[in-house]
Design a protein around this ligand. Structure first.
Ligand code: ADP
Length: 166
């Protein structure tokens, strides 16, 4: 099997849409690794508020200040995407105890699927530890103020999209 670079990390998620909790992990990951690839998952079975291209565009815009961060879309198993990118690390954010249980199971499964890839966890910043895209989508639909949790380029699109009947 080809060598994986332990100085390159991949951070995967749905990012529907990207919020400041995600961006904090991206910023810290970009400082920890030589290169960080943000993998935006395409899941044909899961309905998302933003299309894959919209999620990628928003991420590219907010990650632009970090010169070593690249955004890519991917379909299928995350470990296959990570290996295809030549990265040795899968970066994850941990918010709550309930995240811990899910992430622990996933990291064990991923280690079984590809023992060459290590999962590294970063604890969420306190102020974002309760923030999730799904909660933000719900609050946006009800007209709540989300400015504390969203990067500027995401604010308008989320308010506009969440209010539109699907
Ligand atoms: P969400 O749960 O917000 O829909 P994703 O499925 O896109 O997020 O999650 C991608 C990654 O980002 C996961 O590792 C998840 O644990 C992490 N993450 C999500 N929200 C936060 C947050 N508020 N702070 C830190 N990490 C987070």
């Amino acid at each position: 099997m080809p060598e994986l670079n332990p100085r390159v990390a991949v951070y995967t998620g749905t990012f529907d849409p990207v919020h400041l909790g995600h961006l904090d992990i991206i910023e810290r990951g970009s400082r920890l690794y030589d290169r960080l690839i943000v993998g935006v998952g395409i899941n044909p079975d899961k309905a998302t508020l933003f299309s894959i291209d919209e999620r990628v565009d928003l991420l590219e815009e907010v990650a632009r200040p970090f010169g070593n961060v690249e955004v890519r879309k991917f379909e299928g198993l995350a470990v296959q995407f990570v290996r295809g990118a030549g990265a040795g690390v899968m970066l994850r954010g941990l918010r709550t105890l309930s995240d811990m249980e899910y992430e622990f199971t996933m990291s064990l499964m991923n280690l079984n699927l590809d023992p060459g890839i290590e999962t590294v966890f970063l604890m969420a910043k306190e102020e974002y530890s309760h923030v999730s895209s799904s909660l933000l989508r719900q609050i946006a639909a009800l007209g709540g103020d989300l400015s504390k949790f969203l990067p500027d380029p995401v604010k308008g699109p989320l308010v506009e999209r969440a209010r539109r009947p699907t």
